[in-house]
Design a protein around this ligand. Structure first.
Ligand code: GLP
Length: 247
């Protein structure tokens, strides 16, 4: 169902609907997907909305375009292997662990020039700072310091941030984490980080910086995180390019 009076954009609702139909196995891998025209008719939306929804599903690896032949349902294994943007909560859930958070700092701050650049805003603009200790089954895993910038972001500071930030942003603010760029560096922790994480100063840590974009391609989050080097594993799936259907 796609509703016009819904806070989520039409294309996004359509994408969610089609994704769940694919995941429920309505089509088999390799099946021809309904055409743009058929989808427009079925859902009563414009061609542009359909195109945008399909483009996202192609991006996620659920659908595959074959020039001149149409859009097909991709093989599910490939879809799972493609790197998906996840929250800490989702990541822990997928490993069978319970995610948690302890709030360390919560305030509006002026954006420093480097952070303003990442968020594509003017320096000194007020942004929301949320620093949290992240826990997995109660064990400290890392410290995440998020800088948020979107209209009304100060209201996030009044939410219960021991819960999933991404869930709060999607459900209550209509800001949907859709894409991210991440940089990972190995480093050592300083005395404050060591104390919070329950390790020794100078112990190895993973430093992860993420810039996250919303459903409209606007950067709304810049995060600097420090994860313990001894209990955090980054796993990445690598894929050879899919052979083209013509070769
Ligand atoms: C990951 C990301 C952070 C993001 C967090 C949200 O850990 N590296 O950039 O802020 O997820 O997680 P949650 O929704 O569980 O609060």
């Amino acid at each position: 169902m796609v509703e016009r009076n819904h806070p989520l954009p039409l294309y996004y609702q359509l994408m969610q609907e089609l994704r769940s139909r694919i995941e429920q196995g309505e089509w088999k891998p390799g099946d021809l997907f309904p055409s743009e025209r058929e989808l427009c008719q079925a859902y009563g939306v414009s061609r542009m909305t359909v195109r945008q929804a399909l483009a996202e599903l192609v991006n996620e690896g659920l659908l595959r375009r074959d020039q001149g032949r149409g859009t097909f349902v991709a093989k599910p294994k490939i879809r799972k292997r493609l790197s998906r943007l996840t929250s800490f909560t989702e990541e822990m859930r997928s490993r069978g662990k319970q995610a948690g958070a302890r709030v360390l700092r919560l305030e509006m701050v002026p954006a420093r020039p480097r952070i303003a650049d990442f968020l594509e805003i003017d320096a000194e603009r007020p942004i929301a700072l949320i620093e949290r200790l992240r826990l997995a089954d109660g064990e400290p895993i890392g410290i995440e310091c998020s800088y948020l910038s979107f209209k009304g972001c100060e209201a996030v500071l009044r939410e219960d941030l021991t819960r999933s930030l991404y869930e709060i942003l999607s459900k209550r603010f209509g800001v949907i984490p859709t894409r991210a760029q991440e940089e990972i560096e190995v480093g050592t922790c300083n005395p404050r980080e060591a104390q919070i994480l329950g390790i020794q100063p100078g112990d190895p840590v993973m430093l992860i910086r993420r810039r996250t974009l919303d459903q409209n391609g606007r950067p709304f989050e810049f995060v600097e995180s420090v994860y313990r080097g001894d209990n955090y594993i980054l796993s990445v799936e690598l894929m050879a390019e899919e052979p083209s259907a013509h070769s």
